[in-house]
Structure formats: structure tokens, C-alpha cells
Design a protein around this ligand. Structure first.
Ligand code: COA
Length: 259
């Protein structure tokens, strides 16, 4: 498996690291393919209950899709490249377990889009976010026009996409792009602690909650609530539900098996 995306597992928490620091972890086709490979590897590992996604080096989470690779694309090539990016990010988004983006530096263009394909984002005070594609004469191609609007609202997404502006971590927190901001030296430990907490919850329930939250987004409320009803009911067919509720009543920690 390619070293362009590293996968390390420690207990129930896995960390994916985009590993191309000399190019600020820019996403070229090889990195996108490596990411898909790692996501498949994660899907086959039932011991993993939560994933952290980060970038190698201090400077950048991911500084965007690879501009050198994009420079001479034809219209058809660009369509194919955008589809490759979308497919990789959709695979990540479809992970059965939560994925937390730990953004320590630049998350620009495809980097911001990659973070948005995660369940949520924690950032260091040094993180910088933006969709600067219009500065290059193009628009976001890996979901930035859509996932960004869903995360921060259409008005803020329009402003970021039309201006190409870069915003700091505090502004990203204020607009709801990130959930929390940490001191740079604390980011990885804080995200790991949260991932470990999530990993201890009922695994079937966490995955079901992820499905319902994701699949309900964009549906009318009555349809989305119907998904919740079915998801809630399905939990009652699992050992995790029997164990979780019995453990509460018996005043002992639950021992979940994920089914
Ligand atoms: N694609 C390809 N290469 C990239 C890249 C990208 N998106 N972002 C950075 N790099 C490369 C640079 O070309 C440089 O390579 P080199 O050392 O071989 O010349 C290396 O990464 C370091 O980047 P550099 O620009 O020298 O660092 P910096 O600290 O001066 O600036 C940024 C950092 C993030 C502000 C700047 O790299 C940048 O603006 N990157 C592009 C951001 C962008 O437009 N992303 C959206 C793409 S659609």
C-alpha cells in the first residue's frame, strides 16, 4: 500500500495521515487512489471504531488539489479528475465509523473539501481554511460548493467561494466550519481523547447515528425523521442495546460487541 496516505491503528482508533509534506500534502491522483485504498482497508478492520484524518508536517493539513497536475487538463480530463476527487471523498464520507479531521495548518481548496467530507473538524489555532479556486480561474471541484454550504450556510459559502478568502481557526469556529480550536501542541491529544470516547460508545449505535445524520441531511424533515424511527428501532434488534441498558441498570460498564 502506498505511503502517500499512512494508516496507523492504536486500539480502536485509527489515524490516516496524508503524507506528501514536500508539496503541502496536495491531492494528486496518486494520493486520491491511496486514500481510497486506505478507506477500503479500514472498512475491513472491525476493531476500528473511530478514525482521525490529518496531514503530515506542521504547515499543512492539505493545501489543495495538485495545481501542477491540473494545469494542462482538458475539459474531459477535468471532469474525470473532479469525479475521482468526489469518489475518494464520498468513500471517506461513507466510512461506517466516525472520521474526525484534525487540521493543524492550511486546509485550502481540496484540503478544505477533504476536511468537510469528515464527520466534523477540530483545528489548531494555526489552521487556515479557504476555497481559493477562483484565484486560479476555476471553481471547487471536490464538493466545496455543496458540502461547505451545508456546513456553514449558503451565504457564508458563497462569500468564501466567490472571494477565495482564507480564514483563521477562530473565524472558522465562529461560522461553524470547525467544532473546536486547540493549541497546536494539544490538537492531536485532544482529538485522540475524543476519538477514544466515541470508540467506547455502542458501536452499532454510533454507526447507525452516522447513517441517519448523513442520510437525513437534505431530506424534508418528515422523511428524515422517518429514517430516525427506523434507525432507533433497528438498535433494539442488537446485543449492544440489551447490553447497554442492562449495564446501566446493573450499575456496571457496558461491554459492547458492535452488533
Ligand atoms: N498543488 C501543488 N503543489 C502545491 C500546492 C498545490 N495545491 N500547494 C503547495 N504546493 C507546493 C508548492 O508548489 C511548493 O512546491 P516546490 O517546493 O516544489 O516549489 C511546496 O508545495 C511548498 O509550497 P509554497 O507555496 O512554497 O509554500 P508557502 O508557505 O510559500 O505557501 C500556501 C503556502 C498554502 C499559501 C501556498 O502553497 C498556496 O497558496 N498553495 C495553493 C493553495 C490553493 O490554491 N489550493 C487550491 C488548489 S485548487
Amino acid at each position: 500500500m502506498s505511503d502517500l496516505v499512512l494508516l496507523e491503528s492504536q486500539g480502536a482508533v485509527a489515524t490516516l495521515t496524508i503524507n506528501r509534506p514536500d508539496k503541502l500534502n496536495a491531492l494528486d491522483r496518486e494520493v486520491l487512489a491511496a486514500l481510497r485504498g486506505r478507506v477500503e482497508q479500514l472498512a475491513a478492520n472491525e476493531a476500528v471504531r473511530c478514525v482521525i484524518l490529518t496531514g503530515a508536517g506542521e504547515k499543512a493539513f492539505v493545501a489543495g488539489a495538485d495545481i501542477a497536475e491540473m494545469k494542462d487538463l482538458s475539459v474531459d480530463d477535468a471532469r474525470a479528475f473532479s469525479r475521482e476527487g468526489h469518489a475518494a471523498l464520498a468513500a471517506l464520507e461513507a466510512c461506517a465509523v466516525p472520521v474526525i479531521a484534525a487540521v493543524q495548518g492550511f486546509a485550502l481548496g481540496g484540503g478544505c473539501e477533504l476536511a468537510l467530507a469528515c464527520d466534523f473538524i477540530h483545528a489548531s489555532t494555526k489552521a487556515r481554511f479557504g476555497q481559493p479556486e477562483v484565484k486560479l480561474g476555476v471553481i471547487p471541484g471536490f464538493g466545496g460548493t455543496q458540502r461547505l454550504a451545508r456546513r456553514v450556510g449558503i451565504g457564508r459559502a458563497r462569500e468564501l467561494v466567490y472571494s477565495g478568502a482564507m480564514i483563521g481557526a477562530e473565524e472558522a469556529l465562529r461560522i461553524g466550519l470547525v467544532n473546536a480550536v486547540h493549541a497546536p501542541e494539544e490538537l492531536q491529544a485532544k482529538v485522540r481523547a475524543l476519538a477514544e470516547t466515541i470508540a467506547q460508545m455502542g458501536p452499532y449505535a454510533v454507526s447507525k447515528a452516522k447513517d441517519v445524520l448523513r442520510d437525513g441531511e437534505g431530506r424534508v424533515l418528515s422523511d428524515a425523521n422517518a429514517l430516525e424511527v427506523e434507525g432507533f428501532a433497528a438498535c433494539f434488534g442488537t446485543d449492544d442495546q440489551s447490553e447497554g441498558m442492562a449495564a446501566f441498570l446493573e450499575k456496571r460498564p457496558a461491554s459492547f460487541r458492535g452488533a
